[in-house]
Design a binder for this molecule. Structure first.
Ligand SMILES: NC(=O)c1ccc[n+]([C@@H]2O[C@H](COP(=O)([O-])OP(=O)(O)OC[C@H]3O[C@@H](n4cnc5c(N)ncnc54)[C@H](OP(=O)(O)O)[C@@H]3O)[C@@H](O)[C@H]2O)c1
Length: 266
């Protein structure tokens, strides 16, 4: 990487690297090799979840690196699902939320003893979440955007739990969008790099997933160029609002539940 990593600072002073590694749909050997490659490249923010079925492999690879002395635990920012008791016990420093709408965030924020520091939600050039971002900013909650590349090619076989609803959504063509391509050519960057730089320049963290070392490197290399105000405006115009939302049905049978988060506008 030629540029310098940027960080989001939480209200409690802890910092999160603005570019992290997504780990969904990466299993077995693939995820172990991806974590090795990513740490070698310089990734220090890793997004994990129990439902990705790869925590053991990720844990094993991180332990290998920690035992070798090449990295220290305090250099790593590991995201998983933790609560106030974990912070009290010293096992987590900050609490984040994921897939909460504004009303739900507000309710937690009002009742929590330890306020949430980050909200992880779907966010990319076709679904820019400007109202939710503004809402979080007002509460001093940072935002992390998942599927920042629009999840090109992600169709987990038989995995109803993580569903990209392609039937109702516009084509997932961020990666080939002509506006993105034009800006990428101007900066001599790839479309993926422009999409990631856009998210980062909005002040939002991005966690692109890759298990391919070249793409891991490429996705990390977004700190040596800046999108102009004109570029930012052109990319802002690509927002489709909630029509651009891809991940709607994590648990389809819950769509009628009063707390189903995605029925609200934001
Ligand atoms: N909190 C939640 O509910 C939630 C939901 C969804 C996702 N997430 C998190 O967000 C992460 C990212 O989302 P995602 O993995 O669904 O989508 P994504 O990061 O937008 O896209 C990943 C896909 O793009 C490909 N790719 C990566 N870099 C590329 C590049 N430079 N050029 C071309 N293709 C590239 C990857 O393939 P290769 O691996 O072959 O490169 C993979 O197929 C997940 O891994 C997970 O950690 C969280």
């Amino acid at each position: 990487m030629t540029g310098k990593m940027e960080y989001l600072t939480f209200f409690n002073g802890h910092k999160m690297p603005i570019l992290g590694l997504g780990t969904a749909h990466a299993l077995g050997d693939d995820i172990e090799k991806a974590i090795d490659a990513a740490l070698e490249i310089g990734y220090r923010h890793i997004d994990t979840a129990r439902r990705y079925n790869n925590e053991a492999q990720i844990g094993r690879t991180l332990k290998k690196w920690l035992d070798s002395g090449k990295i220290k635990r305090e250099d790593l920012f590991i995201v998983t699902k933790a609560m106030e008791g974990q912070v009290d016990a010293g096992r987590a420093r900050s609490i984040g939320l994921s897939n909460f709408n504004a009303r739900q965030v507000k309710r937690v924020w009002q009742s929590a003893r330890i306020k949430p520091a980050n909200l992880q939600v779907e966010l990319h050039v076709y679904f820019q979440q400007s109202q939710l971002r503004a809402f979080c900013r007002a509460l001093d909650i940072t935002v992390c955007g998942y599927i920042p590349l629009g999840a090109p090619g992600v169709r987990p076989p038989g995995r109803a739990a993580i569903t990209v609803d392609t039937s109702k959504q516009p084509k997932r063509d961020q990666m080939t969008n002509p506006v993105v391509s034009q800006i990428a050519q101007k900066h001599r960057k790839t479309n993926a790099q422009v999409l990631l730089r856009y998210v980062v320049q909005l002040g939002v963290a991005a966690i692109p997933k890759s298990t391919n070392p070249d793409r891991l490197r490429q996705n990390f290399d977004v700190f040596d160029f800046e999108l102009s105000a004109e570029d930012m405006e052109a990319l802002e115009q690509l927002d489709k609002g909630s029509a651009g939302r891809q991940v709607r049905a994590f648990i389809p049978e819950m769509a009628n539940h009063p707390e189903y988060p995605f029925n609200a506008h934001y």
